[in-house]
Ligand binder design. Sequence first.
Ligand code: EAX
Length: 325
Amino acid sequence: MKKTFFILLVLLSFSAVQIALASNTIKLGVVTKPGSAQNIVAEKFKELLEQNSNGAYKVKIFHSKSIGNETEILQQIQMNTIQIGVVTGGPYDTFAPIVRVINYPFLFKDASQVDAILDGPLGQEILDDLENVGFKGLSFSENGFRNLTNNKHAVKTAADVSGLKLRVMSSVLHKSIWKSLGANPTPMPWPIYTELEQGVIDGQENPLWVMEVYKFYEIQKYMTLTRHVYSPHINVASLQWWKTLKTADQEMIRKAMIEASVFQRKDNRDKNGARLDFLREKGMLIEENPDLASFRAKVAGLKDMDLYKDPKVNTLLLKMIEATK
Ligand code: EAX
């Protein structure tokens, strides 16, 4: 009898330990594959948090669409079936329209302006706003400035974009930008290699690392350095999960994500020069000095569109435009 009780006790405490361990495993979702910008953030975060918590927290990274596209990752974070995501700004659009403020075309001049603003009070306003839709905003890392590629012809001025079938992210803003520029934009989730290869679409737009890591140089001849949108990753936790954590743990997790973000932004920027050389070597024809004035002129009306009508979003957009002048 005594012995049975003892065994039962051992079993019980064993499962209690297991529960404790399981609850400290953070599931982190990214849509892209190892070597991608999002994955570099995720891996650095894992390394830092596991180290700083002396192993009390474990991070399991789900990548390469293994738990769905970016919209689906965000939905799972809202439900707390995944705790953290490193997700591109575009798909947040349908969850929190305030994010459109960062993706506004030709807003930021350069990386140092991006950091000053996103790491400052305006960026914080956006992170805080995400709490209204179930996300705890932790930090911004980056995809980077987005550039146009296509397989039809060289693009130098906005007029050259006319009629191109372009894939855009699941974002009304991105769709509106390319409509204003005269293209024929189709929203599609990531990844899109097959669609480009089969000619379902003529082109797409993304930062330089994407053309390299996803080998778009094999299937896209022309690239134009349009830098039309600065594309952040917004790194969030499930608010539902966040509220169950001790303050000290929240701080440890937030700090690790901020540190991982700072690390990745630098890493991404440091590599851009070499990427251009690499893509040129691979045979891409790169227009380095497009007529950006012609692009700007066509998207100038966006800020007066319904997209930015919500007073909160509109006020922040105007502040952002002022701050990036
Ligand atoms: O990082 O969907 C997109 O175009 C994103 O930039 C993608 O996550 C690649």
